[in-house]
Design a protein around this ligand. Structure first.
Ligand SMILES: Nc1ncnc2c1ncn2[C@@H]1O[C@H](COP(=O)(O)OP(=O)(O)O)[C@@H](O)[C@H]1O
Ligand SMILES: CC(C)(COP(=O)(O)O)[C@@H](O)C(=O)NCCC(=O)O
Length: 338
């Protein structure tokens, strides 16, 4: 009912404020993110050239990830432009600090973390970004490491009772990873990281990747956004993410990722699992139904638990959250503005 002193709203007038709106807005959390749908995001960098070709994307695509040039154009072109702006701004900030201190330190690498569940496609995201960023004249030298190299070797995981918790935060040598990152950030000319093999399911003895003072280092792994853990034995409470200048969380619904994990497991039977040195050799002979059952059991007992308990809770710490749909295409992007 409308009273005589309150004229009826005309069509097109804004809705009157809810009587409690002022009160409620005082308590409503302000999102630190600005939200984009795919189309709005893709329009953000129309002037930026796309440096990759179909052949490049074919080479970078991970197993089970159907990424194509249209996806790179819509999602990664704006992202590489944004990162180029951030890299330039950050190096200006470092120069200001050096001027203030009267020092001439080595150039500090710009470090980008890529987090998300097992099988969500972090590797493809990290590889495409590496390629795109290396095409900018400011950052020709981009290196990529995955945190699986810092998992404890299986013998040590067994000693600690952690063989069924591979990928959980406690299965990594966190101090070694932090040592590695501080050396890279300090501009050391050669920093070594251990190597993990998905085929032997273990650290490769006596093998290392060497990072040579990159302009940008991309660090990809499940747990890279974990907060520091305080421990009275380990006096360091530094987190891996303290070394990041930017971080990306690759996201999708859990039930979608579970399907991707199962699909990939079925494909791996014909490739990696059938190699004589494969830890999963016994799975190569399984029927589709048996392999699906095995994959679901690994997913539910290890990867889903880790996702829910450790990985998903770190999503809100990322600078950018990229959310994929069931077809792997990124549908939504949230960029931290606060
Ligand atoms: N059992 C396996 N054998 C061989 N390669 C694997 C196996 N599991 C995963 N991979 C590969 O290892 C890489 C990392 O996988 P994962 O940690 O699940 O991250 P993501 O799928 O998010 O990139 C991917 O390229 C994937 O195809
Ligand atoms: C090696 C991984 C822990 C991922 O390591 P990351 O590079 O993300 O640190 C993961 O891919 C894995 O193998 N998890 C064990 C359970 C499984 O086989 O799915």
């Amino acid at each position: 009912m409308t009273s005589a002193s309150t004229p009826a709203p005309a069509a097109g007038d804004p809705a009157p404020p809810h009587p409690l709106s002022e009160h409620l807005s005082r308590f409503a959390p302000v999102s630190p993110y600005v939200d984009f749908d795919r189309a709005t995001w893709s329009r953000l960098s129309e002037q930026t050239p796309l440096p990759l070709t179909d052949a490049d994307v074919d080479r970078l695509r991970g197993l089970g990830d159907p990424i194509d040039l249209a996806e790179v154009d819509a999602v990664y072109r704006p992202l590489s432009r944004l990162l180029n702006l951030y890299v330039t701004a950050t190096s200006g900030l470092h120069r200001a600090t050096s001027t203030f201190l009267g020092e001439d330190p080595p150039r500090t690498p710009y470090v980008i973390g890529v987090a998300g569940s097992v099988a969500v496609g972090k590797s493809t995201t990290a590889r495409v970004l590496r390629e795109m960023l290396a095409r900018w004249p400011e950052t020709p030298h981009v290196e990529l490491i995955t945190t699986d190299g810092f998992l404890y070797p299986n013998a040590e995981l067994e000693r600690r009772g952690l063989m069924s918790r591979k990928g959980f935060p406690e299965s990594y040598d966190r101090r070694a990873l932090i040592r590695f990152l501080s050396r890279v950030k300090a501009g050391q000319s050669e920093v070594r990281a251990p190597v993990y093999s998905h085929v032997t399911y273990d650290i490769v003895p006596d093998e290392h990747t060497v990072v040579h003072r990159p302009d940008v280092l991309i660090v990809e792994g499940l747990n890279v956004l974990q907060p520091a853990r305080y421990s009275s034995i380990d006096e360091s409470t530094v987190a891996v993410s303290d070394f990041f200048d930017f971080s990306i969380y690759v996201d999708a619904r859990t039930r979608t990722i579970r399907q991707w994990y199962v699909d990939r497991f079925l494909k791996l039977r014909r490739t990696a699992f059938s190699r004589p040195e494969s830890y999963f050799r016994r799975y190569a002979e399984l029927s589709d139904a048996q392999a699906t059952e095995r994959a679901l059991s690994i997913w539910e007992s290890i990867n889903a638990v880790n996702l829910e308990q450790n990985v998903l809770p770190t999503r809100g710490r990322a600078t950018l959250v990229m959310t994929k749909g069931t077809d792997h295409a990124v549908q939504r992007l949230r960029l931290r503005k606060l």
